[in-house]
Design a protein around this ligand. Structure first.
Ligand code: BJW
Length: 243
């Protein structure tokens, strides 16, 4: 049981594992998204510059794969705990699938962006909703740039390796951590603990003396950093842990 007292502030970090039971593939597990792909080909700005058609094929297939996908018991358990804690709750997700918002979570930071948005790879127009699964061989162009007489590719509004995480993410997390002070508690769910800056959040919490919990199918790279580890499926463990 994750015990919280009336002043506890809970920072939650989720990764691909929480959406696995909704049918969204993880990255590094067997049969995951990276199997058969060099990550730097499909998830880096250099890969996009080299082969935008391959990158758009990869993300268009993932957009198409979201049809009919719904949040699961793990997502819903986090909605319940947010209702109890209000502003003493913050959910940081590395997932780009939008399932936390679909479940009803409100205090969310999507640090790696969102699969269902696109933006221009050149101009600074605001990212916009885009659920299009472009057909193979099509790399969409920016209409704003076209009207100004230049050609620029659209890209998915997600954060690739070597790119900074979403602009206001770290300041918002820092503000929450500062407000929480000694009452900070940390819970990570379904993440490999390999990708920074997300993987470093547990250390931020430890540095403040706050207790940390981890829920994961198997021990991830940074399991040793947590006070409590519950191995199992998020959809099974979270409703009990957060009851
Ligand atoms: C279950 C389950 C179930 C299964 N229940 N569990 C410090 C040290 C070293 C390197 C760096 C560093 N700081 C930065 C870096 C570089 C880099 C990095 O971290 N590299 C490492 C790989 C070494 N980081 C970056 O580049 C980041 N940017 C950055 O730091 O910018 C700095 C900067 C500042 C100023 C200017 C310029 C730069 C950006 C990282 C972006 C990551 N992007 C991706 C792709 C997003 C788009 C897409 O979806 O395609 O994000 S990579 C991929 O990994 C994706 C994920 O969000 C992320 C994490 O994956 P996750 O969630 O952990 O998934 P899995 O599959 O790995 O693990 C799932 C886990 O769930 C497993 O453990 C299972 O057991 C478990 N599981 N089923 C519970 N039912």
């Amino acid at each position: 049981m994750l015990t919280l007292d009336p002043s506890s502030h809970l920072l939650v970090l989720t990764g691909a594992g929480i959406s696995a039971e909704s049918g969204v593939p993880t990255f590094r597990d067997a049969g995951g998204l990276w199997e058969g792909h060099d990550v730097h080909e499909v998830a880096s700005p250099e890969g996009f510059a080299r082969d935008p058609l391959l990158v758009w094929k990869f993300y268009s297939e993932r957009r198409a794969g979201m049809t009919g996908v719904a949040p699961n018991a793990g997502h819903r358990a986090l909605v319940e705990v947010e209702r109890r804690l209000g502003d003493r709750f913050l959910l940081v997700t590395q997932n780009i699938d939008g399932l936390h918002a679909a479940a009803g979570s409100e205090r969310i930071i999507e640090i790696h962006g969102n699969l269902m948005r696109s933006r221009c790879s050149v101009c600074d127009r605001a990212p916009f909703a885009d659920t299009t699964a472009y057909r193979a061989g099509v790399a969409p162009m920016c209409g704003v740039c076209q009207r100004a007489g230049t050609d620029a590719l659209l890209r998915p509004d997600i954060v690739w390796f070597g790119e900074p995480v979403v602009a206001d993410a770290l300041p918002r997390i820092e503000a929450f951590v500062a407000r929480a002070g000694k009452d900070l508690r940390f819970l990570a769910i379904g993440t490999s603990g390999l990708v920074y800056p997300a993987a470093g959040l547990v250390d931020v919490c430890r540095a403040r003396g706050g207790k940390s919990w981890l829920v994961n199918l198997e021990p991830p790279a940074n399991a040793h950093a947590f006070d409590e580890v519950a191995l199992g499926k998020a959809g099974d463990v979270l409703p009990r842990l957060l009851a």
